[in-house]
Design a protein. Structure first.
Length: 152
């Protein structure tokens, strides 16, 4: 019974999260889909990572920003913005509205389907963080990489 429940939940997550993805394409599914097999890492991420609630940061700033500036925030404060299964809007894709596990590990739909570690990014260093955490942002936000911050 438990296996059916897990499979059903993962299937529902994949159905909901793969909006805009083609069949067989690796797409974003959201951090909640990861916790079925990676509960300890998920719990640590949620407890210790500012990224786990990053959408609230841009929501607070929304009134001070132009619509274009607000939308630019999605690239770093959400998961997979502009990519298959990635963030579209708070209403359409709430499961990826925060910067989650897949920001670092890449889209997870194929990994969830196969369980194969080869289907997810495991080796990463600070260079993976620099897309969003560039020099300007490091100075502005006192960046501390999760790989050293207790999230794993």
């Amino acid at each position: 019974m438990r296996y059916w429940l897990i499979i059903s939940a993962v299937g529902l997550a994949l159905t909901m999260d793969n909006a805009g993805a083609n069949a067989g394409e690796n797409a974003y599914v959201g951090s909640a889909a990861c916790k079925e097999c990676h509960q300890e890492q998920y719990d640590n991420f949620m407890a210790h990572s500012k990224k786990a609630n990053s959408f609230s940061s841009i929501k607070k700033m929304e009134k001070k920003l132009t619509p274009e500036e607000y939308q630019e925030c999605f690239e770093c404060h959400t998961t997979g913005y502009g990519k298959p299964g990635g963030f579209i809007s708070e209403k359409q894709t709430p499961q990826v509205k925060d910067a989650g596990c897949e920001v670092c590990h890449g889209p997870g739909s194929l990994h969830i389907e196969s369980g194969d570690p080869e289907d997810i990014k495991l080796d990463m260093g600070l260079e993976n963080c620099r897309t969003c955490h560039n020099q300007e942002r490091v100075e502005d936000f006192d960046f501390k990489p999760l790989m050293y911050g207790g999230a794993h």
